[in-house]
Design a protein around this ligand. Structure first.
Ligand code: CDP
Length: 253
């Protein structure tokens, strides 16, 4: 999925099973999550995940623009994933390209399965995801940030959506690929999970895996999503456990 440069292929796995950044195959990159950094949005979150830095902001439920998209029986969700021109090694042309349109679409669909949209007919819930720095897995980091921002905005949801990418690197299934692994590995499989129900709400794959590897990848990804989910809940608690602060309606029990 990522851009492959003309560089030499790096050694992705050492003899003792360590990856290019020293992680084990089932290890996540380091993650920090901050809920509510933007005061003008109804909800927001900032996620630093490895070298990814992603901000999400949520507005709504509010008036639908353009109006012809309005639905009389439910709210619509409009997600816009955007990669800043300075977020990647080679400057990215500003604006929506086909990749960001595709990512915006799959993220929207993931949220449509958890947000109680029928509670807010004729409105729009607008979700902005800005990738400020990218290093593989940005759609997953964007989903996690947006999920926290939706909860921060008090949007009622069945559960938070958690996400991570798994892949195949030097013949082995690995959790949470970084850029070299995404570029030079054999497969990349981003997935998003609704942890309490175990439902997958996004799954994409580029590259090749056999049936057993796919099963192994889904198990490892599920474990990763559950780990991320716990971190998301901690991040929300860190904001809302402050005495005298009301819990947002969007946070699951
Ligand atoms: O970011 P994610 O893995 O969800 O999507 P991708 O399409 O598989 O892209 C993988 C990585 O390639 C991104 O995270 C960026 O680091 C990089 N990329 C880039 O350098 N320039 C682009 N125009 C798009 C992606």
């Amino acid at each position: 999925m990522g851009n492959v440069g003309a560089k030499e292929i790096p050694q992705l796995l050492s003899a003792d099973g360590r990856r290019i950044d020293g992680r084990r195959l089932d290890e996540l990159r380091s993650i920090t999550m901050k809920v509510g950094p933007l005061t003008r949005a109804d909800g927001s979150a900032f996620v630093e995940w490895g070298e990814n830095k992603v901000m999400a902001a949520v507005y709504g439920p509010r008036e639908v623009h353009p109006r012809h998209l309005m639905q009389t029986s439910k709210a619509i969700i409009q997600c816009r994933y955007n990669m800043a021109a300075f977020s990647v090694d080679e400057r990215k042309r500003p604006g929506q390209d086909r990749r960001s349109q595709e990512i915006s679409k799959v993220i929207t669909e993931a949220f449509e399965s958890v947000v109680f949209t029928e509670e807010f007919p004729k409105t729009s819930i607008d979700v902005y995801i800005e990738v400020l720095q990218a290093n593989a897995g940005t759609r997953c980091a964007g989903l996690v940030a947006a999920s926290l921002a939706l909860a921060d905005a008090g949007i009622p949801m069945a559960d938070l959506v958690s996400a991570v990418a798994v892949g195949k690197v030097a013949g082995r299934i690995a959790l949470d690929l970084k850029k070299e692994e995404d570029n030079f590995g054999e497969a990349d499989l981003p997935m998003a999970l609704v942890p309490q129900s175990g439902r997958l709400v996004l799954i994409q794959m580029e590259g090749h895996m056999n049936r057993d590897e796919l099963r192994q990848a889904l198990d490892l990804g599920t474990k990763g999503c559950r780990e991320i989910y716990e971190r998301m809940r901690e991040a929300l608690r860190a904001k809302y456990d402050t005495p005298g602060r009301a819990e947002p309606a969007g946070v699951p029990a």
